[in-house]
Design a protein around this ligand. Structure first.
Ligand SMILES: NC(=O)c1ccc[n+]([C@@H]2O[C@H](COP(=O)([O-])OP(=O)(O)OC[C@H]3O[C@@H](n4cnc5c(N)ncnc54)[C@H](OP(=O)(O)O)[C@@H]3O)[C@@H](O)[C@H]2O)c1
Length: 427
């Protein structure tokens, strides 16, 4: 008996799924062991450009949650309200669900996994992280024998595009964002992407799979890229680094740490070479060693590739694979994190200022690795002239660095906020 699919949504990804299932129908049937057929489609708008074949169309999402007609519901409407209702209703009826909805899985994943398990259904979400890159499958199966110590990834194409274009074209954040919006790489409201929320959703999902913890989006520390300046990019380059927006999760005996923030990476690091809208995820397993997954993190066809992979897996097995059992572990606060830092402190151009900065850091027991001040960078504001001083430090706890930054900001010679960007070697 073929696998009967009910498709929710007719947007970018849903149209990609319809195209891929139709273009690759014979290969997919052969690999899945049976035909995969979209029998029902439900969406707010009947988009004429979408070719539905023999599928019945309805505006009513509830038309999909009929287990006598539909085996698997594919949720591609996005958002958290209607999508959650649909997914819960399908799982409650014993239908398996495939979704690309990272916000839904990151915030409600635990509850939905239990619902699936209680009703003998499967919940699959390969497309929810890094679009076309099969990293969910790698964690679920390929690396399943490993104790994972770290995940580090560029998991938001929009912010990576913006940082890459700022570095390559010497254009500031606002103008690159406007260009990204014009090209369709950034939404009209870019907050989710540039403030790191989308990456935090994905990191919560990856951490769930890697560390066997319930999805815990609220425990992910999140900082965006909107404060990164061309000065920071140029100083980072001078120091041998590239600025990337990374999601980093680590597990050790003390627990699990999850954070998303701009990061200075050495130019020679593999992730430093990932440019434009591309995504990449590095996973360190104790047996596998470091592994790296690279590819398109978004786009109709790439994301459809992941959705259809989930459908093929479901078609291959008559029994759903068990959901990942989770264990509560200590989720560490950002205050516990330890990293080397880049500091940019805009200072009045007066003698003795560097010594004052150094003494504040020394009083906080923070070692300076390097310090840069270019006389050519002196800028004027009213009567004052000021100059950026850039300092890199050795590894220091967040709490200690926060206190030192607060002390630096109180110096009368310091102008405006102190910029801090964490440095990762990814060794
Ligand atoms: N696009 C990507 O590259 C990408 C990559 C990875 C993951 N995803 C995820 O995939 C999902 C779909 O993304 P997309 O880019 O395909 O979105 P999209 O182009 O905006 O399409 C969404 C579709 O769902 C319909 N819809 C929205 N709310 C609905 C509701 N309450 N009831 C019925 N239909 C509704 C929309 O109808 P209208 O036509 O009336 O608007 C539209 O057809 C999202 O969860 C997204 O985060 C997307």
């Amino acid at each position: 008996m073929h696998l009967r699919v009910g498709l929710a949504g007719l947007g970018t990804v849903a149209q990609g799924v319809l195209t891929l299932l139709s273009e690759q129908a014979d290969v997919i049937s052969a690999r899945a062991g049976r035909r995969i057929e979209v029998v029902r489609v439900a969406s707010r708008t009947r988009r004429e450009e979408a070719v539905l074949g023999d599928a019945q169309f309805s505006h009513d999402l509830a038309s999909l949650t009929d287990p006598s007609e539909v085996d698997v519901v594919v949720e591609l409407i996005g958002g958290e309200t209607s999508a959650s209702e649909l997914v819960q209703s399908a799982l409650g009826a014993g239908q398996s669900v495939v979704t690309a909805n990272k916000a839904l899985i990151a915030t409600q994943g635990q509850h939905l996994a239990e619902l699936a398990s209680n009703n003998g259904a499967a919940l699959r979400f390969e497309a929810a992280v890094a679009g076309g890159i099969p990293v969910v499958g790698a964690l679920r199966t390929g690396l399943a024998a490993n104790r994972i110590s770290r995940i580090a990834g560029i998991i938001n194409g929009t912010s990576n595009y913006i940082l890459s274009a700022m570095a390559n074209d010497s254009a500031d954040f606002a103008s690159v964002l406007a260009e990204a919006q014009r090209l369709g790489y950034a939404e009209a409201d870019p907050t989710f992407d540039v403030e790191g929320i989308d990456a935090a959703h994905k990191l919560a999902i990856l951490s769930h799979l890697a560390f066997d913890i319930p999805t815990a989006f609220d425990a992910v520390y999140c900082e965006g890229i909107s404060q990164i300046t061309l000065d920071d990019i140029a100083y980072a380059a001078e120091l041998g680094y590239v600025i990337k927006h990374l999601g980093i999760a680590r597990q050790d005996d003390a627990g699990v740490e999850m954070r998303v923030h701009p990061t200075l990476l050495p130019k020679k690091a593999l992730l430093a070479k990932v440019d434009g809208v591309m995504n990449a995820v590095m996973v360190d397993g104790h047996a596998s060693g470091p592994t790296l997954y690279y590819g398109a993190g978004a786009g109709g066809a790439a994301t459809a590739s992941a959705v259809v992979a989930d459908l093929i897996e479901l078609a291959r097995h008559s029994e759903p694979a068990p959901t990942v059992p989770t264990v509560a572990k200590s989720l560490r606060s950002i205050d516990d994190a330890v990293s080397a830092c880049y500091l940019r402190v805009d200072c009045l151009d007066r003698p003795g200022v560097m010594a004052k900065l150094a003494s504040v850091l020394s009083a906080a027991d923070i070692s300076i690795e390097s310090i840069i001040q270019h006389e050519a960078e002196v800028r004027r504001r009213g009567e004052d002239s000021w100059v950026p001083v850039v300092i890199t430090t050795s590894a220091v706890s967040e709490a200690r660095m926060n206190a030192a930054i607060a002390s630096l900001a109180q110096l009368p010679e310091v102008h405006g906020d102190v910029t801090r960007i964490r440095i990762e070697g990814l060794a």
